[in-house]
Design a protein. Structure first.
Length: 116
């Protein structure tokens, strides 16, 4: 049975834009979030999911643990997350990791230093 969260794409937007140098743009007519022109998250039109950049290993692990919340999309490097099922804390960690995959290394190091 899905967890009923009040976590929405508007929450995703706030969290994404709070990351260093994050900007909202558009990809195939859908809102996306970029760091220095590299996409790290998108908002599909369904309003219930978000797509995040991820490593193949992390993707496989999440899908094996909870295939109702997480699924592979776009060829193994992008994760669809059901916002009705994911906890805000888990989502925030995944979003941060996604940003780190897209951001330049020096920006990631500064972000992690500030976060610690």
């Amino acid at each position: 049975m899905p967890r009923r969260n009040t976590f929405t794409q508007n929450h995703v937007r706030k969290l994404a834009l709070a990351l260093p140098e994050a900007q909202e743009s558009s990809h195939h007519g859908h809102p996306d979030f970029r760091v220095r022109h590299k996409i790290f998250a998108t908002l599909p039109p369904d309003g219930r999911t978000t797509v995040l950049k991820i490593t193949p290993v992390d993707l496989d692990d999440l899908i094996q643990r909870d295939a109702e919340t997480f699924r592979d999309i776009w060829g193994g490097r992008w994760l669809s997350v059901n916002l009705e099922r994911v906890s805000p804390a888990v989502f925030q960690k995944l979003l941060s990791d996604s940003w780190c995959l897209a951001a330049p290394k020096m920006l990631v190091q500064a972000f992690k230093k500030r976060r610690d």
